[in-house]
Ligand binder design. Structure first.
Ligand code: PHE
Length: 339
């Protein structure tokens, strides 16, 4: 009996310390302490011992049982700890790890420029209008005093869809539409795309304009100048100076072009203003009475002014962009500079 006790005692330590799961430990418990377990069997056999041996052997069996129970409990605790540590390790969050947030987008420089241009006029009480890009010859040309044989209607400059329908070449078409459908006082700006057969570093077959139109009693060239002065200061900077140069458009009389003092060299002359100190920004003029009449407004009572601003040109000037085409390429390295 004592040999048996000793052999169980010798092996049990190793076996239990190698148990690698609570299932294995349960099997051990059954193997040694269960109803038919080895230690239980020893206790059952005690009755075969002589009365002198019994207390001594009984004591050793009990010591063995306690030893096995202790080993099982200890191993159980160790396994639980290992399990917990594994769990903690696997669920660990590294709060110092920088997360890969999706990159934030931004507005396109042309949208930024358009918003700023429109805001400058909305701040002066202008209302925003829109018109169709596929336009009738009637509104794009005829109503604006550009007759059929006018050079600017040359098929080389205009995308015609048929004899009467074209891609509008100027937002001025919205002038004609507005004057036809609304009574003065009119004070609108109309941002939108226009199309011309042009393609180089400073021209694109599609570009955007903002048309401005004011029609009311006693509107004259001074009102135009005051409005555009205010616009130039808002968009190009407080100390911007302006000047009018005579020009020609069939739908305005007199017609002017507006120059602003170069905001890069402040008039001294540089690369941007080609040494002149001035930058050409838009065409404008007093609405030709013929146009008012065409659109059903009495030129004896009302007068007006109009202007057309190129959005790409303004964006290029303001943001120092040398080639218009880059505005349409959607190169993220370029666009992300303007967020
Ligand atoms: N429509 C003209 C252009 O595209 C600009 C302009 C608008 C001129 C209004 C005068 C008045 O060049």
């Amino acid at each position: 009996m004592l040999d048996k006790i000793k052999s169980i005692s010798d092996s049990v330590k190793k076996i239990i310390s190698e148990a690698d799961g609570s299932g294995v430990l349960n099997d051990m418990r059954v193997k040694y302490l269960g109803k038919n377990g080895e230690i239980t069997a020893l206790l059952k056999n005690l009755k075969n011992c002589s009365p002198e041996e019994k207390p001594f052997i009984g004591k050793h069996i009990n010591i063995l049982r306690e030893q096995v129970e202790k080993l099982l409990a200890e191993r159980e605790k160790t396994l639980a700890e290992i399990e917990l540590n594994k769990k903690i390790e696997s669920e660990k969050i590294d709060v110092t790890l920088s997360l890969n947030y999706p990159k934030k987008g931004g507005l396109h420089p042309l949208t930024l420029a358009r918003n700023e241009l429109v805001d400058a006029f909305v701040g002066m009480g202008f209302e925003v209008k829109e018109g169709p890009e596929i336009e009738l010859d009637f509104y794009n040309f005829q109503q604006l005093n550009i007759p059929k044989d006018h050079p600017s209607r040359d098929a080389q400059d205009t995308f015609y869809i048929n004899d009467n329908i074209l891609l509008r070449t100027q937002t001025s078409a919205v002038q004609a539409r507005t004057m036809e459908s609304e009574k003065p006082p009119i004070r609108i700006v109309c941002p939108g795309k226009v199309y011309r057969l042009d393609d180089d570093a400073t021209h694109s077959p599609m570009f955007q304009q903002i048309e401005g139109l004011v029609v009311d009693k006693n509107i004259n060239l001074c009102d135009l100048k005051g409005t555009l002065d205010e616009f130039a200061r808002k968009f190009f900077g407080e100390d911007t100076k302006t000047r009018f140069r005579p020009s020609y458009f069939p739908f305005t009389e007199p017609s002017v072009e507006l120059d602003v003092s170069c905001f890069m060299c402040h008039g001294k002359g540089c690369r941007l203003c080609k040494g002149t100190g001035w930058i050409e920004v838009l065409g404008a003029g007093v609405v030709n009475p013929v146009v008012l009449k065409n659109c059903g407004i009495d030129p004896e009572i009302y007068s007006g002014f109009a202007f057309g601003i190129g959005i790409e040109r303004c964006a290029m000037l303001k943001y120092g962009i040398p080639d218009m085409r880059i505005l349409f390429e959607n190169d993220i390295r370029f666009l992300s500079q303007y967020k």
